[in-house]
Write a protein that binds this ligand. Structure first.
Ligand SMILES: NC(=O)c1ccc[n+]([C@@H]2O[C@H](COP(=O)([O-])OP(=O)(O)OC[C@H]3O[C@@H](n4cnc5c(N)ncnc54)[C@H](OP(=O)(O)O)[C@@H]3O)[C@@H](O)[C@H]2O)c1
Length: 290
């Protein structure tokens, strides 16, 4: 049995669908399991990874764990709790979503936090696989209201181009790592098929939606105010602006890997594939996001 954390989120949600389709038994953890979709072979269970004392039953009977949380301020504590509870319950293998560039000198606090959890996992005695994905294409969905109503996308990343990845491809790699042999002790850097800049994002959206979408490069101040209005806490805005600055300065974030294709046997989705699959969400004239 495989425990999937972050099961209401981008990667966890897609992983559930993939595992359910293969007939593997899955336990999906969430703080709000009633919001999770019913799927064959998937048992939803309430769990807050921030509460170490309540986790024994969450992992009982599991052999493998998919570990992800959103960018929450207790990421390190929550993920360390999950690793400890999984080990106590007899889990053998943990597949963790980390981030590109996770290190003890990361430009963003999120990279540092992932590095701390990676280190804990490697010391745990459990088998591990670490997924280090690049920027998610799904981040663009956060701008769908502006795309629909103002016909613009915004970013503080200037002219930087990075090989964004579709979270469905991260989930496909995770599914392979959890169900096939040969992935223990591996760290995988995961990217999309090619670097893509924000001008190109706007061009592809224009083409797919049949409406001109414009890229508006943002100053750090403008990005700060937009992200604040979107409800992001100050520490997370600071982390995102640090990454954007690194990308603007040409930091080593343009490198493409072939890992998705090597592990899954299928090329990663392009941004055009992503835009076509989400055209309804971006289409001008459709209602605002609630
Ligand atoms: N966005 C990017 O460009 C990017 C790039 C590289 C790496 N990453 C990493 O990817 C991860 C995010 O992945 P994602 O987009 O799949 O996540 P997501 O959609 O943000 O969802 C994460 C899930 O985490 C769960 N969660 C948060 N706190 C929890 C807690 N205390 N106990 C139990 N569950 C908790 C939430 O589930 P419930 O609310 O249902 O409990 C939520 O559904 C982050 O670690 C981020 O650093 C992101």
């Amino acid at each position: 049995m495989i425990v999937v954390t972050g099961a209401t989120g981008n990667t966890g949600g897609e992983l559930l669908r993939l595992l359910s389709a293969t007939g593997v038994r899955v336990r999906a953890l969430s703080r709000r399991p009633h919001e999770g979709p019913p799927l064959p072979g998937v048992e939803w269970m309430i769990a807050d990874l921030g509460r170490a004392d309540d986790l024994a039953s969450s992992f009982a009977g599991a052999e493998r764990l998919f570990l992800v949380t959103g960018n929450v301020d207790n990421l390190v504590r929550a993920q360390k709790n999950a690793i400890a509870a999984a080990r106590d319950a007899g889990v053998r293998h943990v597949v963790k979503v980390s981030a590109l560039g996770a290190s003890d000198h990361s430009k963003s606090v999120i990279g540092l936090w992932h590095f701390i959890v990676e280190t804990e996992l490697k010391r745990s005695g459990l088998d591990w696989t670490i997924l280090r994905p690049h920027v998610f294409m799904q981040n663009v969905l956060a701008q769908r209201d502006a795309i629909r109503s103002e016909h613009v996308v915004r970013s503080p990343a200037g002219d930087a181009a990075v090989p964004m990845i579709d979270t469905r491809d991260i989930a496909a790699v995770a599914a392979a790592a959890l169900t096939e042999p040969g992935h223990a002790g591996k760290s995988y850097t995961l990217t999309g098929p090619a670097p893509i800049g924000w001008h190109e994002v706007a061009e592809i959206l224009s083409d797919v939606l049949g409406v001109p979408i414009r890229y508006v490069p943002e100053s750090e101040d403008d990005a700060w105010h937009r992200l604040h209005r979107e409800g992001l806490p100050a520490w997370l805005i600071g982390a995102q602006l640090a990454l954007a600055e690194y990308q603007r300065q040409g930091g080593g974030t343009g490198i493409v890997t072939d890992t998705v294709e090597r592990v899954t046997g299928r090329a990663p989705r392009s941004f055009r594939d992503f835009a076509l699959d989400h055209a309804a969400a971006f289409a001008p004239g459709s209602g605002p996001t609630t």
